[in-house]
Design a binder for this molecule. Structure first.
Ligand code: NAP
Length: 241
């Protein structure tokens, strides 16, 4: 089958690997990162041009199935995938790793968005570690808190109101403990991204008794088929033959 795989995550790379021998897969990357980790097989880079552009791509390339394995916070891409699939009749499967759940000792404060995260963190600490990515960074600009922000690639323009660290996961517990200690961090801010690659910061915060502001995931349309594991994509495609 010809599969369009919306990617940019470790799960998407795993789906591409699993399907490599059995299906014709094109992995799609948004093109935001200059040096992305590439999946096995064919790739395309950059947006489609909204819902209409994606519909056109699906038709022109005679795509049999659309798999959305984008990041849980890539809400626009997912909304476009849902609509384009509905309008073209191309079957769609979402791959979403489970979100994180608090463990004993965690002091988590759930918020709906980055703006609420910015106001919440100011009541919890004075030196924050921001791990919410480049998009929406401006929401934190006027928080009256010293900030360290970690990115895969530097935001443009370079913010002058926070200290930057450039790094790419996976991160170890030892790394996160040292970073928190070196910068005297007393509050952490994260999206509920889920997964193992970036969860060591939560373990470090638990160990050190540091509060964590956790941004809830955007909701996904109720009637969309959804799996949590890359291997389930293989089984789903088998039922579509
Ligand atoms: P987004 O806000 O939902 O998408 C904005 C636009 O970017 C989409 O409308 C689409 O443009 C284009 N786009 C997004 N993902 C694409 C893909 N895989 N292939 C082709 N075009 C794509 O997305 P985002 O949050 O910026 O995420 C962009 C990419 O980074 C995704 O691939 C995602 O998996 C990855 N990522 C995101 C996060 C995060 O926290 N958001 C974290 C890690 C990785 P058109 O409308 O022109 O088609």
């Amino acid at each position: 089958m010809k599969v369009l795989l919306l990617g940019g995550t470790g799960e998407a790379r795993e789906v591409a690997r699993l399907l490599n021998q059995t299906h014709e897969v094109v992995s799609s990357l948004a093109g935001r990162v200059k040096d992305p980790k590439l999946p096995l097989g064919e790739t395309r880079h950059g947006g489609f041009g909204g819902i209409d552009g994606l519909k056109q791509y699906l038709r022109e390339h005679r795509i049999d199935a659309l798999v959305d394995a984008t990041h849980p916070f890539a809400a626009t891409m997912t909304a476009h995938a849902v609509e384009a699939a509905r309008e073209t009749g191309v079957p769609l499967l979402l791959v979403r790793r489970p979100g994180w759940t608090a463990k004993p000792g965690d002091k988590w404060y759930w918020v709906d968005d980055l703006a609420e995260a910015a106001t919440t963190l100011a009541s919890l600490g004075t030196r924050a570690f921001l791990t919410t990515g480049r998009q929406g960074l401006k929401a934190f600009e006027h928080s009256n808190v010293w900030m360290l922000a970690r990115f895969v690639e530097p935001p443009e323009p370079t913010p002058t109101w926070c200290e930057l660290i450039l790094a790419r996961g996976p991160y170890s517990l030892q790394n996160e403990l040292k970073l928190i200690d070196d910068h005297r961090i007393d509050v952490l801010v994260t999206k509920d991204s889920g997964g193992e690659m970036t969860s060591a910061k939560l373990q470090a915060a638990r160990q050190l008794g540091i509060p964590v502001v956790v941004v809830r995931r955007p909701s996904v349309a109720q009637d969309v088929e959804l799996v949590t594991e890359p291997a389930q994509v293989v089984r789903w495609l088998e039922t579509r033959r």
